[in-house]
Design a protein around this ligand. Structure first.
Ligand SMILES: [Cu+2]
Length: 137
């Protein structure tokens, strides 16, 4: 008799947990749709190191469909290349350059710095200034 009562109590406790799990997942899917309606902007500031011998191994992490804003500053003239997305920008010393794009493709992509003078070499890959990691949602 006591064993049976115990089992019944256990069952109802479990179904209560199941109900609250369902509620939690319903809530989180509501939150997810609210986020999807208004994509978040991920802003990163990068400064080009004086010496390219010690490139920054920084990883910028975003999610697919995020709006990405990169602000690049440099003491020397050059170009920033984001080959995977076919985006580049000229950088003038002391003037922050801005790259704005939507992270539409997932994966890990190099953001390269080409000092002025080397930029003309097509197909030349400079050491990465940073890596952009776009994760699927
Ligand atoms: Cu390049």
């Amino acid at each position: 008799m006591m064993k049976n009562a115990g089992r019944i109590a256990e069952t109802s406790f479990c179904s209560r947990i199941a109900a609250s799990v369902l509620l939690a997942s319903a809530l989180s899917s509501c939150l997810a749709s609210a986020v999807a309606a208004e994509p978040s902007v991920k802003r990163f500031e990068l400064s080009v190191p004086q010496s390219t011998a010690a490139p920054q191994a920084r990883v910028l992490r975003v999610e697919k469909d995020d709006r990405v804003q990169l602000i690049i500053t440099s003491e020397a003239a050059g170009e920033i290349h984001f080959h995977a997305y076919r985006i580049d920008a000229k950088v003038t010393p002391g003037v922050p350059a801005e790259l704005n794009f939507k992270a539409r493709a997932t994966g890990r992509f190099r953001i390269e710095w080409h000092p002025a003078g080397n930029a003309a070499k097509k197909g030349h890959h400079a050491p990465p200034l940073a890596t952009l990691e776009v994760r699927p949602k």
